[in-house]
Design a protein around this ligand. Structure first.
Ligand code: IDP
Length: 136
């Protein structure tokens, strides 16, 4: 079943010059880019994007991090894209993520873990509308 999902290459990916490496993995897997934008977000969009986390202890430094510089936001499309992107990303904590995954190969942090991928089809619909309201 073809799906769309929202992917963010977080500010650490851009700062570390890993956009090509990370994007290349999604492309090599066969996912199609249907929208893409380099964007520095404000705290308001961060709060909306991470609405389920705003009350958590880790949120203030996460908010600081995701507003700290440009991110590459994109919508990827393909068969079971939500689950496929989550599998390519790996576990949240880069220190524990499996080798072979983006986080497992390239991140040593629980916060600066390079990528975001929507966690369900419902989240994907909400996040795509939030980030790319004009995408047909
Ligand atoms: P996910 O990105 O793997 O779906 P979530 O639990 O939705 O993980 O958390 C959102 C983001 O918040 C993570 O990607 C990471 O950047 C940050 N985060 C999650 N848990 C922690 C934590 O315990 N400490 C610091 N940052 C965290």
């Amino acid at each position: 079943m073809s799906q769309r999902t929202l992917v963010l290459l977080k500010p650490d990916t851009v700062r570390r010059g890993l956009v090509g490496e990370v994007l290349g993995r999604f492309e090599a897997k066969g996912l199609r880019i249907v929208a893409m934008d380099l964007r520095t977000i404000d705290g308001e969009l961060a709060d909306q994007h991470y609405a389920e986390h705003v009350d958590k202890a880790f949120y203030p430094p996460l908010r600081e991090f995701v507003t700290s510089g440009p991110m590459v936001a994109m919508v990827l499309e393909g068969d079971e894209a939500v689950e496929v992107v989550r599998a390519l990303n790996g576990a949240t904590d880069g220190r524990k993520a499996a080798p072979g995954t983006i986080r497992g190969d390239l991140s040593l942090s629980n916060r600066e873990n390079l990528v975001h991928g929507s966690d369900s089809e419902e989240s994907a619909a909400r996040e795509i509308k939030l980030w790319f309201p004009d995408l047909p």
